[in-house]
Design a protein around this ligand. Sequence first.
Ligand SMILES: NC(=O)c1ccc[n+]([C@@H]2O[C@H](COP(=O)([O-])OP(=O)(O)OC[C@H]3O[C@@H](n4cnc5c(N)ncnc54)[C@H](OP(=O)(O)O)[C@@H]3O)[C@@H](O)[C@H]2O)c1
Length: 462
Amino acid sequence: MNPSNEIDPTILVIFGISGSLATKKLIPSLFQLYKKQLLPEKIVIIGLSRQKIDLNQFVNGLNLQTKDNIEAEYLNKFKTIFTFIDFEPSNVEDFHSLSNSINQINQNFQSKNTNLLFYLSIPPNIFSTVVKNLGLSGLNKPDKGLESKILVEKPFGYDLISAKKLIEDTKMYFKEDQIYRIDHYLAKDTAQNILTFRRFNPLFQTAWNNQHIKKIKILALESIGIEGRAKFYESIGALRDLIQSHLLQLMALTTMTLPKELSNKDAIHLARHDILSNIKSFKDYDEVSKNVIRGQYASYREEVGNPNSMTETYASITIEIENSIWKGIPITLSTGKAMKEKRTEIVIDFSASHEEAVNQLTFRIQPNEGIDICLTVKQPGLDRKTEVVTMDFSYKQSFDNYNIQESYEKVIIDALREDNTLFATSDEIIDTWNILQPIMDYWSQSQNDLIIYANGSEEIGP
Ligand SMILES: NC(=O)c1ccc[n+]([C@@H]2O[C@H](COP(=O)([O-])OP(=O)(O)OC[C@H]3O[C@@H](n4cnc5c(N)ncnc54)[C@H](OP(=O)(O)O)[C@@H]3O)[C@@H](O)[C@H]2O)c1
């Protein structure tokens, strides 16, 4: 692939360039793409910050790795695509000046079509202000020849009401196809493989329903805690942080009806929406309490300096899809911090006629990316005893030079190529909050259900 030839000249504006996401993920990913010559030849990155930024100091501070002189030369060239502007996101005048700078750069490009991308790598509480000011300064519909889009980071709202408000605020100025809501989990090779695996292996395709599957479990466990991000985590918790976005999206990829063509973006969006909008809602608090677990690791309260914190660092929900294909199948989504090990996987248990038989398919999203199939076989010898054995596909073993591609590289390239398959639509966002709102309501009323677990625990039920 050489997208640099396919991609129009690009102006990428990064709000919050000094922040943790931009410095740890976005710019290193851009540098990787630059080294691989996957960015368009004509590209300018405008970094916005309320502080004055010195280019050399900033780039040197990023510690971008170069393994030889050639890469060091790339790094010097990479610096030349940046320009920094002191910028106050609440000041609409600054947006007018930004618009002038953009028009000037575009004139220099002498291009008929230029991508104009606004990456909102800023705290969620200023999203709406930035979107509004982009609209008021005309940057949502810029000059002829410029195509503007916004890339928005999760969380998409805080609850159902705030998500709806954010969607309404954004819709006032941007059309749905201009908005790219990022879920970088969906950009992982292993997550993308779910649809490909399902499409190209008829052995499993025919058994992909409630006649043959008895339960599905999706896990995202981390061994690390909150790593000093106390303020952020206290206001978010595990349910909003991981289940609202990544885990519900992985669930939708696992259970959605496959469209005829995997390249049909609209069909994929509709199929995901169809699943997410058909999750059976919890009728009352009794149903919530039976199907939901919240936990907090033992040292959390001390770490955040809040002895009464009820913020969950572990959340597990069991849900059911109300359609003829999946009705009756429990699907459990669990995520936790400070667990025994780091592990993200999707485990599908097939029904077997014998209690002791195990027939299980596991997508290992990370680490040790791959797929396991557990089969029940007869032990060798005269007895009829059975044993569970594993067939193992590992990306590392099967593909020479397998390197995990940083998901932000894929996110950036897809946005530049206007491929929004991996990005969540406003319908999907509303669906996910509809599922979670009764749980958040219940948790706001209840005090007794929080389980304190030891740091380094195994996953907690069900
Ligand atoms: N960090 C991650 O790994 C991660 C992962 C997934 C999603 N996200 C999401 O990505 C976004 C950025 O995350 P982050 O961790 O980089 O955020 P951050 O470090 O808290 O903030 C990013 C930058 O935004 C600017 N900013 C902060 N408060 C502001 C305010 N009140 N008004 C105007 N500008 C302000 C600051 O830049 P200046 O002071 O230079 O102006 C700051 O460096 C957030 O929406 C977050 O939820 C982050």
